[in-house]
Design a protein around this ligand. Structure first.
Ligand code: FAD
Length: 394
């Protein structure tokens, strides 16, 4: 690899936002390089949800068949089991999209799909095992990044640097951008549970706390919501967690007894956003601009929608010239409102997600509302499935 090269756009981060943007820009004839610090996408702690709006975009890109050929599970409605009472929270079956389901696909498969499609385009380059370390400046403008790859240091100069490196981005800090936090009241415990042949659990089990179960074929991936800061990883914490899980889901009592402290991972939830998503020469998108909570499982969707808007607004510009601050501001203007609405909803959901309710007290109010007004689940289905402002290709 050249130790120094020029391109139109360099993207730090090969997550959903970075790879989708790389693919779309390359399709538009923009020379684009994506830097991903890992060698592959085989990481466990990422959401698995591919929303109807993302599947619609895949259809627009001609990638839907390739997507459906990969292992996935479809969910036409999001259901909840509250102390054994089954209810629907969101219904996707009335959406105006070609796929009226939320699909679950391990994120590594989804990112492989995007990377494979992009790598077929001559103007796309993905540098794996390559970490973007620092920004290159010329006067007041950011004009590239210095990165470390398998063959040593590399300097990439570009008309635009896009930071899509997620919620722990160091580049945005180097650019002087600091996120402001919206209170995050919960954390998530993430662990695998053994699966007996043919066994299944409701997607969401609630009552004495909350568990979300993702069926990954030969095991269950469990997300258990706990109050923020309440987990130290001690034996006592693990014992408490096992008791809580057994109370929420008595059938899980046996398998969760085998989950040891080392098998439980704490995922800290953050709800944050940048006031300004850009500086001269650099734009932040996805979690780098706005870290999302897992509530509603919409972070991937928002990251992808940011990428689509960015490609649509900046693609034609990047072929010809450096984007101005005004051009970058147009992306933030387009995407800030849906992000704010979504974070407001996620914030409002924190208390209900953490609530412990007794079967004897009857259904909590929000669940009574969806039980008594089932058409409301079409609205929640629209919000979760499409987002507040769905984006389309040009
Ligand atoms: C516990 C938890 C569960 C969640 N579950 C869901 C869910 O089910 N569904 C959902 O839609 N959302 C979920 N989310 C949110 C979702 O994971 C994020 O919103 C989404 O992944 C953001 O995508 P992104 O591309 O912006 O960033 P990321 O997915 O974080 O991708 C960033 C990429 O950049 C790479 N990178 C980082 N630094 C550098 C660097 N310096 N140089 C090069 N590469 C770098 C990383 O390796 C990574 O691949 C969850 C969040 C949490 C905390």
């Amino acid at each position: 690899m050249d130790a120094r090269f020029d391109t139109d756009c360099v993207i730090a981060g090969g997550g959903p936002a970075g790879l989708m943007l790389g693919l779309l820009l390359a399709r538009a004839g923009v020379n684009v390089t994506v830097l991903e610090k890992h060698a592959d996408f085989l990481r466990d702690f990422r959401g698995d949800t591919i929303h109807p709006s993302t599947q619609e975009l895949l259809g627009e890109l001609g990638l839907l068949d390739a997507f459906l050929a990969r292992p996935h599970a479809d969910m036409p409605r999001i259901g909840i089991s509250w102390h054994g009472t089954e209810l629907t929270l969101a219904d996707f079956t009335h959406l105006p999209t070609r796929r009226r389901v939320m699909s679950f696909m391990p994120q590594w498969d989804f990112l492989d799909l995007l990377a494979d499609a992009a790598s077929a385009l001559p103007s796309f380059r993905l540098l794996r095992s390559t970490r973007a370390d620092t920004l290159i400046r010329d006067g007041g403008r950011i004009v590239g990044v210095r990165a470390t790859g398998p063959e040593g240091d590399v300097e990439i100069r570009a008309r635009l640097v896009v930071d899509a490196s997620g919620r722990d981005s160091e580049l945005r800090a180097a650019a002087g951008l600091t996120p402001v936090g919206v209170a995050a009241a919960m954390d998530v415990l993430w662990f695998r549970l053994s699966k007996a042949p043919g066994e299944s659990y409701p997607f969401i089990q609630a009552g004495a706390g909350m568990i979300i179960t993702i069926d990954r074929g030969d095991f269950f991936q469990i997300a258990h919501v706990i109050p923020a800061g309440s987990w130290t990883g001690s034996e006592d914490d693990v014992a408490r967690m096992r008791r809580r899980v057994a109370a929420i889901s008595p059938r899980m009592a046996g398998p969760v007894a085998d989950v040891g402290p080392d098998a439980v991972h704490l995922l800290r939830v953050r709800l944050e956003r940048l006031r300004r998503w850009h500086v001269d020469g650099m734009l932040c998108i996805g979690d780098a601009a706005h870290a999302m909570s897992p509530a509603g499982g919409v972070g991937i969707n928002l990251a992808i929608q940011d990428a689509v808007a960015t490609a649509r607004i900046l693609g034609p510009i990047l072929r010809d010239r450096m984007p101005t601050t005004r051009d970058l501001r147009r992306v933030q203007r387009r995407r800030e409102w849906p992000m704010r609405v979504t974070q407001a909803v996620q914030r409002a959901l924190q208390r209900p997600l953490l609530a412990t309710t007794d079967a004897a007290t009857g259904l909590p109010l929000p669940l009574r509302v969806v039980r008594d007004h089932p058409r409301l689940t079409r609205i929640t289905g629209r919000f979760i499935g499409l987002g507040a402002r769905p984006e389309h290709l040009a």
